[in-house]
Write a protein that binds this ligand. Structure first.
Ligand SMILES: [Cu+2]
Length: 313
């Protein structure tokens, strides 16, 4: 099975993956066997009942009870097996164990935010402990997204105004990729994240120190790292290139024209407001698609980002 998996499916890294794969192979192998049987029968009968002489006449057959019962009962049994089996797998997939560790997931166009029980927040990186059931309680701030980790065989839509959840338990430490699998706009294809699986001790340590600032690093450098870690770089370039949002190059203290015609100097307050309430003022020529970082980013981090933007003359 594992050899076959290497060619057909991504590595099976969760407790659930084996069960999902078994079902997948059952459906596929049964279909191939039936396909082969039908193909062989068609070829054989075409040959067996070929027209031999010019006055060959096809006999009139009205019905054959034995045959009809056979071709009804066999598929019925197969479908019932499939139903029972998938229902039990579905139940496992949808019922998180009581001792699961809960993480709040917020999807925004176009990034993933993860909130942990101690108040830590990470963007585009989900940190979890190994060998521990993890339950994700998910919602979206805007349009429909979908959370998909191929290695774990979990996939669930993430909706605005409603919670959905998935759970999984990872078997080994390491990294796996998360995709958004619901088309959600221009940057949909870049809306990916990583699951980083730690040992229990490493995870606890990460939770404690995740938000700690590296005092030795100059603020502008911390800001640069944040811009990439918080997903700003997907929409804002540092070299003048226009992406989804305006470039950070030359932004500091420049005159910005808003949609409503107001002209504003891009000082620290303007940048701070742009990060916390992006829709308060919309820069002319751009769509109001920037997600709010309220509750995601600390004042200290905003200061660091401003220091970084200052360096991009
Ligand atoms: Cu999405």
């Amino acid at each position: 099975m594992n050899r076959l998996n290497e060619y057909m499916l991504p590595p099976a890294k969760s407790t659930m993956a084996g069960e999902v794969d078994a079902l997948y192979y059952f459906v596929n192998v049964t279909s191939v066997i039936i396909l082969a049987g039908i193909t062989i029968a068609i070829i054989y009968f075409a040959w067996k009942y070929r027209r031999r002489t010019d006055d060959d006449v096809t006999p009139v057959i009205t019905h054959n009870s034995k045959l009809e019962i056979t071709w009804s009962v066999i598929p019925l049994i197969l479908v019932l097996i499939l139903f029972g089996w998938s229902f039990s797998t579905y139940t496992t997939l949808t019922t998180a164990p009581d001792d699961a560790y809960e993480v709040r997931v917020v999807a925004k166009s176009w990034l993933w935010e993860f909130h942990y029980d101690n108040g830590s927040v990470s963007v585009n990186e989900l940190h979890v402990p190994v060998n521990k059931p993890i339950k994700l309680v998910m919602s979206s701030d805007d349009v429909i997204h979908s959370f998909y980790v191929p290695d774990y065989r979990v996939k669930m839509d993430v909706l605005p105004n409603r919670y959905t959840s998935v759970w999984f338990e990872v078997l080994e430490t390491g990294e796996s990729i998360v995709f958004c699998t619901e088309y959600c706009g221009t940057q949909h294809s870049n809306m990916d994240a990583k699951v980083i699986v730690h040992t229990q001790e490493d995870f606890e340590e990460w939770l404690e120190t995740g938000d700690e600032v590296d005092e030795d690093m100059p603020p502008a450098e911390r800001g640069e790292a944040l811009v990439s870690r918080q997903g700003c770089a997907a929409c804002h370039s540092a070299d003048g290139t226009r992406l989804v949002g305006p470039s950070f190059a030359g932004l500091w203290m420049s005159e910005r024209t808003m949609e409503d015609g107001e002209v504003i100097t891009a000082d620290a307050n303007y940048i701070r407001e742009s990060i916390l309430e992006p829709n308060a003022k919309i820069t002319e020529g751009y769509d109001p698609v920037m997600p709010s970082y309220q509750g995601t980013i600390s004042d200290r981090q905003i200061d660091d980002i401003i220091e970084y933007i200052k360096t991009l003359e």
